[in-house]
Design a binder for this molecule. Structure first.
Ligand code: 13P
Ligand code: SF4
Length: 306
């Protein structure tokens, strides 16, 4: 048996499911039972009837799966170096400071946060629903963190006053993209449609044809009549789109806005680690019960918003 067959056999024996984010390495995308953006992965994690969830992604995503399924075993194939740096930018001291300054403002946190941060929030959001989440709140002023660029995206789509917290919060991968990158790639492919993730700068968002979550980008390419697309997000998404195009027997030209837009934390998962994870049932996500309860309220409140 090859490694993929061994993983599938283990999965069946243990009634396990593999959930993977759209930025995962190609070989992981191929073995996943479900691939998606952060919102879709939360929904799948809540719906699954598997006994074990193997989460291929970064720490906050596996934690969200555990928060929504505290009675299930949630495993990550790797535990070292899989921490999304942005998810650690909004610690409790910072939240307390802003809460004191704006006592009446609800706190919306991006799912790219730790379980402790979610436990202090009123509601979570993802890049696919951030504007809907904010517009659902009965308040004129909203604290929003930790991604300042996503806060800009929301501010453009709401009449409420958005207070981005903390100053400078954001993703190191998406901060790499500049207008010079866009000009360079656009001059080579003038007819290509520009897809930009809301974690990118305001300037890039303003110069995009579409500003979308990762799965939003997948759907945009698949449903479009256009043939060329500039992809303004982590390069793994190109593999995901290609996988979907392959299933449909189609090809389209997908141009990365930058070849080096690589999330190192997402690339720590390998097939060998997935096999070991299933065999040894490690590394298990463990969270404090009280944190789970409070963070679950914030995530479930988000999932109620259609
Ligand atoms: P999506 O929810 O759009 O997949 O984004 C997650 C993420 O971490 C982007 O950097
Ligand atoms: Fe975190 Fe950025 Fe990686 Fe997304 S791309 S997981 S926000 S470091």
């Amino acid at each position: 048996m090859d490694i993929v067959e061994r993983i599938n056999k283990l999965k069946e024996e243990k009634n396990a499911v593999i959930l993977a984010h759209n930025y995962q390495p190609k070989e992981i995308q191929k073995i996943a039972d479900f691939l998606g953006d952060s919102l879709e992965l939360c929904i799948k994690a809540k719906e699954t009837d598997a006994d074990i969830i193997v989460f291929c992604g970064v720490d906050f995503m596996a934690e969200s799966a555990k928060i929504l399924n505290s009675d299930k075993k949630v495993l990550m194939p790797e535990i070292e170096g899989v921490q999304c740096p942005m998810a650690h930018q909004l610690p409790s001291e910072v939240i307390k400071k802003y809460r004191e300054e704006y006592p009446d403002a609800p706190l919306v946190v991006y799912v790219n946060t730790t379980a402790e941060t979610k436990a202090m929030a009123d509601i979570t959001c993802t890049s696919a629903n951030a504007d809907r989440v904010v517009n659902s709140l009965d308040a004129d002023t909203v604290l929003f963190g930790p991604d300042n660029n996503l806060a800009y995206y929301v501010q453009k789509r709401t009449d409420k006053k958005i207070i981005p917290i903390p100053e400078g919060g954001g993703c190191y991968v998406h901060k790499k993209f500049t207008m010079d990158d866009l000009k360079r790639v656009k001059s080579k492919y003038p007819n290509a449609k520009v897809l930009i993730h809301p974690e990118c700068s305001p300037e890039l968002q303003e110069n995009a044809d579409y500003v979308l979550s990762t799965s939003g980008m997948v759907k945009a390419v698949l449903n479009s009549e256009d043939e060329e697309f500039i992809i303004g997000t982590e390069v793994g998404l190109i593999n995901r789109i290609e996988l979907e195009l392959e299933k449909l027997g189609k090809t389209k030209k997908l141009i990365p806005l930058r070849e080096d837009a690589i999330c190192n934390e997402m690339k720590k998962i390998t097939l060998e680690k997935v096999e070991r994870c299933l065999l040894e049932e490690r590394y298990e996500i463990k969270l404090d019960k009280e944190i789970i309860e409070r963070a679950k309220n914030a995530i479930e409140r988000m999932l109620e918003i259609k």
